[in-house]
Design a protein around this ligand. Structure first.
Ligand code: RIB
Ligand code: CA
Length: 313
């Protein structure tokens, strides 16, 4: 097996975050240096607890979980209990975690890890608002050239937004943080709604998780059955978009995705379009190309990977 890829997952669980974390924990190609929780779908005290619940569900209580930013850089926190439920992980009954939360502040962990590990060997995988990542870049600008890649779920363009007509949730919650990350010069791979909306949790796909017959498979089916109801009603589709696992699937099988290197700029002034990611897909500006934006996915291959890997836990 080729050398494992070192990653830090920054997350606001969230059922789709949970499936992404399970996929990463099930994949020997990845060495998870830590999970850093951020306020997003639900407040920080729940996202850090949920991250620990998922590690214990996966049978990986040794995983290091850190708590990070309690609110966005500048704006007030906007949460999404209407999608994820009050706990942020509604669906399965998961026990209170017994594994410890690390004492170190997540932002300090990110900086310390990037300064300690060989330069260019650590990939950051943000699955929520980019507050922790921006704070780390501001706290220690020297980490920017040391980051191998940032592979993030966030943004949208042709698909529009999901929390306003213009903005996707992760970017909308902390547009100033997204601006710091997009201007950082770090190589970025972006999974916007344009690609995640093509990865729908249809009834057949949820049944495949349940048919694993394992604690993880059944809990995943229960999480997704809760998570999808909001988007099924909104979009009238069979199933909801499974956003965050696209980030981890890209690390494991990049060939599942197709996209293009282009400029992405975020709106941080107008309240009408706050958090909108303006993606110059057709190259009509001279703005620097700062992200590889994914727009297509082999969704059958994506779900086959998910079921096969989660079946290992
Ligand atoms: O807009 C979808 C994103 O917002 C996902 O990461 C979901 O977990 C929420 O954080
Ligand atoms: Ca998320």
């Amino acid at each position: 097996m080729s050398a494992t890829r070192k990653i830090i997952i920054d997350t606001d669980p969230g059922q789709d975050d949970a499936v992404a974390i399970l996929l990463a924990l099930a994949s020997p190609e990845l060495e998870i240096l830590g999970l850093t929780a951020v306020a997003g779908n639900v407040p920080l005290k729940l996202t850090e607890k949920n991250a620990r619940k998922i590690c214990e569900l996966a049978g990986k209580p040794e995983t290091k979980v850190f708590a990070g930013a309690i609110r966005p850089l500048a704006r007030s926190l906007v949460t999404a209990e209407e999608v994820h439920g009050q706990s942020g992980l509604n669906g399965p009954e998961l026990p209170e975690p017994t594994m410890p939360l690390q004492a170190q502040y997540a932002v300090d962990f990110i900086v310390e890890t990037l300064m300690k590990e060989d330069s260019g060997t650590v990939t950051l995988c943000p699955l929520g608002p980019l507050t922790n990542i921006a704070l780390a870049l501001i706290r220690e600008p020297k980490i920017a050239p040391r980051i191998k890649e940032i592979v993030l779920m966030g943004g949208g363009f042709f698909e529009g937004g999901n929390v306003t007509p213009a903005a996707e949730f992760n970017i909308y919650v902390d547009p100033q943080a997204a601006d710091v990350v997009l201007r950082s010069g770090v190589p970025i791979v972006m999974m916007p709604l344009d690609v995640t909306h093509k990865a729908l949790t249809t009834g057949k796909r949820i049944a495949a998780f349940r048919d694993l017959g394992t604690r993880v498979g059944i809990a995943t089916a229960e999480m997704l059955e809760f998570f999808e109801r909001f988007d099924e009603e909104k979009y009238g589709t069979d199933g909801g978009p499974l956003h965050d696992p696209c980030v981890i699937a890209y690390l494991l099988k990049p060939e599942l995705f197709k996209g293009r290197h282009c400029n992405v700029t975020v709106e941080t002034a107008s309240e009408l379009t706050m958090g909108m990611t303006v993606i110059d897909w057709w190259g009509v500006t001279k703005r620097d190309k700062n992200a590889t934006v994914m727009r297509d996915i082999d969704h059958d291959g994506f779900f086959a990977l998910l079921v096969e890997r989660l079946g290992r836990l």
